[in-house]
Design a protein around this ligand. Sequence first.
Ligand SMILES: [Zn+2]
Length: 132
Amino acid sequence: MLFKKKKFERLVSLKKDVRDGILSYCKMKHPNECILILRGKLKNGNITIDSLVIPPFSETGPTFAGFPNSFLPFDLSYVGVVHSHPRGSAEPSLPDLFNFFGLISLIVKSPYEDEDVFAWDSNGNSVKMTII
Ligand SMILES: [Zn+2]
């Protein structure tokens, strides 16, 4: 087994308007992948995502969405990134885990509806998410 499944107590709270913004951005970029930076706060192990930033110098294609980490300004409010999977599941790929940025990774699968958003930690474990 590639990834050990273990109990993970961290909880992600995603603001509803941020979730809606992610979904419409993914739909707009489809069939290409899209990537956005998540801003928020970490408190008592729980992550609250309250806004989005379009990354500078992002390049996207049908199977790749990324940006050079070195171009990102050092900003403690950046808690992770969200990207889309136009095809297939919302499970993180090996490159996704290799390029993990921040504390949390959200992946949205097509057709980008409310229930198509999933949260993952840097080990590829599923993280519980609530919409606030
Ligand atoms: Zn991916």
